[in-house]
Structure formats: structure tokens, C-alpha cells
Design a protein around this ligand. Structure first.
Ligand SMILES: [Zn+2]
Length: 132
């Protein structure tokens, strides 16, 4: 049973972080990203799009509040224009082309282009130098 009051996650986080160091804050914020995006995914699979969007909004707010960027792995999970949670095949279409992932949001009918040059480079690196 998931019955977490999303408003509480936010306020608790804000109050609890007042006295913490920067590094600790980043790790807590990242934990919150993990939690919120996991919850958002569950809601989307139950077709509760509004709740999923709410989790995305919350994640963005927390990130902005503490100046912690949303990790790349989550960035392509929501629309940067309308902030709705994107699930390929449900409300998003994903294509690749010219070293970019092109995501089309069915909600606001806009495109996001995310270069995956970094992934290509990283793969090369891990293949080349092992254990570094
Ligand atoms: Zn959108």
C-alpha cells in the first residue's frame, strides 16, 4: 500500500535539511528523486497521470530548492515543457537519430532532444580502461 502524502515529503525534507552539509543534502535530494520517480512510475502504470505529474513537479521543486540537478537517468522521464511524466508507448514517442534521443510529448505536442554523446563516450571508456 502506498499512501504517502506528497506534501509531507516536501516539508519534511525542507525542515530536515536546514542544518546539513552540502554533500549530505545532495545525497538526500537524490534519494528523494529515486523515491519520487519510483512512485511516479507506479502511478503512471495505474493510469493516474495526475499523481505521476505531481511527483515530477515535486522532484523538480526539491531540485530547484536545493540547487541539485535532476540526474540524467530521470531527465528523459518527464517533459521539460509541461513537466508531465512520460512513459514511452503511453504518452510519449521515442526515436533516436543523429546521436540524439528524440522524445515527443503527446501532452503538449513538443519535442525534447537529448544528445547521447556522453553515453557513447562512456561506453568507449569503460570498454577501454577497466576498473578505472
Ligand atoms: Zn509536454
Amino acid at each position: 500500500m502506498i499512501n504517502i502524502n506528497v506534501n509531507n515529503i516536501y516539508t519534511e525534507t525542507v525542515l530536515g535539511m536546514m542544518k546539513l552539509g552540502r554533500r549530505k543534502i545532495i545525497s538526500i535530494v537524490n534519494e528523494n528523486f529515486d523515491r519520487l520517480f519510483t512512485l511516479a512510475e507506479k502511478e503512471v502504470l495505474r493510469h493516474n497521470m495526475e499523481r505521476a505529474d505531481r511527483y515530477v513537479e515535486l522532484a523538480r521543486k526539491i531540485g530547484m530548492r536545493y540547487n541539485v540537478p535532476i540526474p540524467a537517468k530521470y531527465k528523459r522521464r518527464f517533459c521539460k515543457h509541461c513537466c508531465s511524466y512520460l512513459l514511452p508507448g503511453v504518452n510519449a514517442r521515442v526515436r533516436t537519430g543523429k546521436s540524439k534521443v528524440i522524445i515527443f510529448c503527446e501532452n503538449c505536442k513538443k519535442y525534447m532532444r537529448i544528445p547521447f554523446i556522453r553515453e557513447v563516450k562512456e561506453r568507449r571508456k569503460t570498454r577501454g580502461v577497466r576498473g578505472k
